[in-house]
Design a protein around this ligand. Structure first.
Ligand code: ZN
Length: 389
């Protein structure tokens, strides 16, 4: 949790409390002269604001707790405090605040809705996904169209790889938003296809879900890759595989190269796919695609193929990143030709460097992911390319 986030939360809390104090004063002013009680409430608030302005978030928090103690019936203040405890990582205290609120007999339905959602977020943040889900469901019992609860529950189903349950929630979100999310749904079906194949070895079901995904979104690379894996697994003739690869490269420019690890993994297709991939390289001169191919071959122990392909295609890198990547692939035979220390450093660099970046939120990851781990967007990962020298 960064200082900036904590300060933002504190500012929100101050806004809530200021409004509440103002409202109380308005109400009090209507019938009686100001009470000393007001001063007692306002002083910690002012001290809190002062600490906030001088960047002392911890002291500001203590003052806010004091404000809440002075008027135990202020549900808004407790809600804001709960947010702040969660924001600063004190999940246990946030949970207690929200549970206490829910136990109050005077709580209104809309307050109960917010408290269930907030408690869900506490558990969610603490990694207690089942308990979080129960709270989101209770919020949805109060308001079946509560979008934040629906979205949070969807995230948990996606995290738990329960793709069909996720899809049911996506339907509800579409109805509330009045928007069509066919591309998101395509990714969920593609994941369900992969699960059917990897976990249940059910080729038929996997094929059906992958086809449904492609029907929903022609550009869903993840679904083409499940189809590809099924073809390679059943040793389909090369022209059939090639037809699928052509479609993949036509429809999914950003992710088509994810087919390469599969083409290298299934050794019987390594030679057959070579002219196809060389053709792609000649058309696109996509450095990242070529490096991915060479690296997969290197990992599969085919260093002879790596050298042969570099010679046959005349592949050279055009960025510092590309140079280092290529250097990291140097095999035993490089001894004598290249500085051994430099190769060792390039290999070390390669083990740490991240290859994919989310086009939505900018987070970088090492392995390709179909869903961004940070912003949860599907299909937003792009290959990181070096600056051309
Ligand atoms: Zn992202």
């Amino acid at each position: 949790m960064t200082q900036a986030v904590i300060l933002t939360l504190l500012l929100l809390l101050v806004a809530a409390i200021s409004w509440w104090v103002w409202r109380q004063n308005e109400l009090d002013a209507a019938d009686e002269p100001p009470k000393r009680d007001d001063d007692a409430r306002v002083m910690p608030l002012l001290r809190g604001i002062n600490f906030l302005l001088s960047d002392q978030a911890d002291l500001a928090l203590q003052e806010m707790v004091q404000v809440a103690r002075l008027r135990s019936d202020a549900i808004d203040v407790y809600m804001a405090l709960g947010e702040m405890f969660r924001g600063s990582g004190e999940i246990g205290r946030a949970v207690r605040i929200h549970q206490n609120l829910l136990a109050r007999p005077d709580i209104q339905p809309e307050q109960a809705l917010e408290a269930h959602y907030a408690l869900g977020r506490d558990f969610h943040t603490g990694g207690l996904l089942d308990r979080a889900l129960r709270q989101y469901e209770q919020a949805l019992e109060i308001d079946s169209g509560h979008l934040p609860s629906l979205e949070a529950a969807l995230r948990i189903r996606e995290q738990g790889k329960e793709w069909l349950k996720a899809e049911a929630l996506l339907c509800r979100i579409e109805r509330v938003r009045g928007e069509d999310a066919h591309d998101h749904r395509a990714f969920l079906y593609a994941e369900e296809a992969r699960r059917c194949w990897h976990e249940e070895h059910d080729r038929q079901k996997a094929m059906e879900y992958a086809d449904q995904a492609i029907a929903l979104d022609e550009g869903c690379a993840s679904a083409y890759l499940v189809r590809l894996e099924l073809l390679l697994e059943q040793e389909a003739p090369w022209p059939e595989v090639e037809a699928l690869l052509r479609r993949l490269w036509q429809q999914c420019r950003h992710h088509a190269q994810q087919a390469i690890p599969l083409l290298v993994k299934y050794a019987r297709y390594r030679a057959a796919s070579e002219p196809f991939l060389i053709g792609i390289w000649r058309d696109s001169h996509d450095e990242g695609m070529m490096l991915l191919w060479l690296e997969q071959l290197h990992k599969a122990g085919c260093d002879d193929d790596v050298r042969r392909l570099i010679d046959a295609t005349g592949f050279t890198t055009s960025s510092l990143r590309g140079d280092l990547h290529l250097l990291s692939l140097a095999g035993e035979e490089a001894a004598g030709q290249v500085d051994a220390g430099l190769v060792a450093r390039a290999k070390r660099w390669r083990r740490q460097v991240k290859d994919y970046v989310c086009a939505e939120c900018g987070v970088e990851v090492r392995e390709m992911r179909w869903q961004c781990p940070q912003c949860h967007q599907w299909g937003s990962m792009r290959t990181v390319n070096g600056d051309v020298l």
